[in-house]
Design a protein around this ligand. Structure first.
Ligand code: UD1
Length: 343
């Protein structure tokens, strides 16, 4: 019998790519999503890519009664990958209560249901934001966490703590937190990818929308940082590589190969890339000269961060395979595809 995986937020950016990889590896996928930031049509696109249509149940995880009804209906879930959350850093500053309620209540409800319905394995979508500006680079999992600079970041820190405390109090619960660095790109089919609502906050969608003519120009937030070219440095990884890490983490939990009941992994390439280098990569793969200008720093930005992914490389036997250029090319192909224009 196939193992059935519940993917919360499975029609979102990383959730949809992970659902594809799970199906490719022979898992049954059931998605819960409230479609707050995604479309039900993504299910058809996952079907097109994999030949399998995952089940979609549309409701809000903050509604515990609906979650109970779900677990009574699906009493054979092997593991949960929990993506469902709000993720806009800037928005979270203006709507902290919405962020705390949505991101934390949904997580508490999921953990509570796991205990009551006997589901033991959880993979949690965390972020490198928990490190703030680390003192030592590349950053390892044991680096001290810094106070979060946004309510969004705080929900990731608190979320990790809630999970850790639950695994301490209940030895039946096993969990993995995956701290993503900066996911970019799209599925090579260009059928699924990142679809920001309104003006993008993140760099790569802003680049591709500018190149497509939807934005006048990209603003590069600062060139006076203590980095080789003065712009901020991040660790950009291809979303398909990231999705595959979730499959490995689920297999590790289901196969009882976890070393402790709560494990944390950095997921990144191990390579720092500046904003100006990211722009050059885009220009290389698209052949387009991007319009951009240097502006002031963005409040809350950290100067530089990149991962030490060696723990995930060793323990999960996972590493990123795609280059920055490959990831950028898929981001550009996706942008052109959704705007329905060949370019
Ligand atoms: C932020 C969060 C991260 C979250 C991610 C996705 C922090 C520290 N990081 O990442 O946890 O998972 O968003 O929502 O809170 N840039 C420009 N111009 C732009 C946009 C971005 O120059 O128009 C620069 C930024 O200054 C930064 C880099 O591009 O140096 C990446 O920015 P972005 O894509 O927003 O990601 P992070 O801020 O790294």
């Amino acid at each position: 019998m196939k193992n059935k995986i519940l993917v919360t937020g499975g029609t979102g950016y990383i959730g949809s790519h992970t659902s594809v990889e799970l199906i490719k590896e022979g898992f049954d996928v059931v998605i819960i999503d409230n479609l707050y930031n995604s479309e039900a049509e993504i299910i058809d696109r996952i079907h097109k890519i994999t030949g399998v249509k995952p089940v979609l149940e549309v409701f809000d995880l903050c509604d515990q009664e609906k979650l109970d009804i779900f677990f009574k209906k699906y009493n054979d879930i092997s593991a949960i990958i929990h993506f469902a959350a709000y993720k806009a850093v800037g928005e979270s500053v203006n709507k902290p209560l919405e962020y705390y309620r949505n991101n934390l209540l949904s997580l508490v409800n999921v953990l509570d249901a796991m205990k009551r319905f006997g589901v033991s394995d959880l993979v949690f979508s965390s972020s490198c934001t928990v490190y703030g500006q680390p003192e030592k680079l590349p950053v390892t999992e044991d680096a001290p966490l810094q106070p979060a600079t946004s309510p969004y970041g705080n929900t990731k820190q608190i979320g990790e703590a809630i999970i850790r405390d639950t695994t301490v109090s209940d030895k039946n619960i096993k969990a993995v937190s995956l701290r993503y660095f900066n996911p970019i790109g799209a599925h090579p089919s260009a059928l699924i990818g990142e679809l920001p609502r309104g003006v993008p906050e993140n760099l790569v969608p802003y680049i591709t929308q500018t190149a497509y003519g939807l934005r006048d120009e990209l603003k590069v937030f600062g060139n006076d940082y203590d980095t080789p070219d003065g712009s901020c440095i991040r660790d950009y990884l291809h979303v398909v590589d990231l999705a595959k890490a979730h499959v490995v983490a689920v297999k590790r939990l289901i196969g009882r190969r976890n070393k402790t009941n709560y494990e944390v992994f950095n997921l990144g390439t191990g390579k720092g890339v500046s904003v100006l280098e990211a722009i050059k990569s885009f220009e290389r793969v698209s052949g387009i000269k991007l319009k951009y200008k240097i502006t002031g720093r963005r409040a809350g930005d950290i100067e530089k961060i990149w991962a030490d992914p060696s723990f995930a490389n060793k323990e999960l036997a996972w590493k990123t395979l795609s280059s920055l250029d490959e990831a950028m090319k898929t981001a550009w192909d996706w942008e052109k595809n959704i705007r329905n224009k060949k370019g």
